[in-house]
Design a protein around this ligand. Structure first.
Ligand SMILES: [Zn+2]
Length: 187
């Protein structure tokens, strides 16, 4: 018996803040934490954004995860229910300033939560207001998709899953985490 829970993950992206880390030695790479996984290596998505620009941003983020060779994100035709819904909004009001967020539902299990649906949104007003480049917007989209795939926040500044990520792409430790979370799943 599994309990279906809804949880919201908000990326507290302190947008625009430039953190200076001078003098800090590079910390040992830690594997990115995971919180769950889908029941299959093939996961479907639908991009609901009407903006050609943001469709491309999501497309690039999808390619990055597909390039890991671990999971296969596949588009479903419009009208069909996808596992992951991707979109963008001009302005979203929440308590914190954030660049994107992911909502998901999952079956809570003792060792590995099973994700059943996810929705990731990019906050266009913030991304434009804080002058994110397209590459940086792709990094935010990749971060949100990482949540939708079951990854949690990493303390590692080189991880795409760092809570304040703007500059990082998928790291080797992000790949290790994804491989671990999907080790027992089939295509
Ligand atoms: Zn996040």
């Amino acid at each position: 018996m599994f309990k279906l829970l809804m949880k919201t993950l908000t990326v507290l992206l302190t947008a625009g803040t430039l953190t200076c880390l001078t003098g800090q030695s590079s910390s040992a790479a830690t594997v990115t934490p995971t919180w769950g996984h889908w029941n299959s290596l093939t996961i479907t998505y639908h991009c609901a954004s009407k903006s050609t620009y943001y469709r491309d941003v999501w497309q690039r983020a999808i390619r990055q995860w597909n390039n890991t060779g671990v999971v296969r994100l596949r588009a479903v035709p419009a009208g069909q229910k996808a596992d992951i819904e991707l979109t963008s909004a001009q302005s979203i009001t929440r308590a914190q300033v954030f660049a994107g967020y992911t909502d998901y539902s999952y079956y809570q299990r003792p060792h590995d939560n099973r994700i059943v649906s996810a929705k990731s949104i990019l906050n266009r007003g913030i991304l434009t207001g804080y002058r994110y480049t397209k590459t940086q917007r792709v990094n935010v989209a990749t971060h949100e998709l990482g949540h939708a795939l079951g990854l949690s926040h990493s303390q590692d500044k080189h991880s795409v899953m760092n809570a304040t990520n703007r500059y990082a792409t998928i790291s080797s430790q992000d790949k290790v985490a994804l491989r671990g979370a999907y080790a027992h799943q089939r295509a």
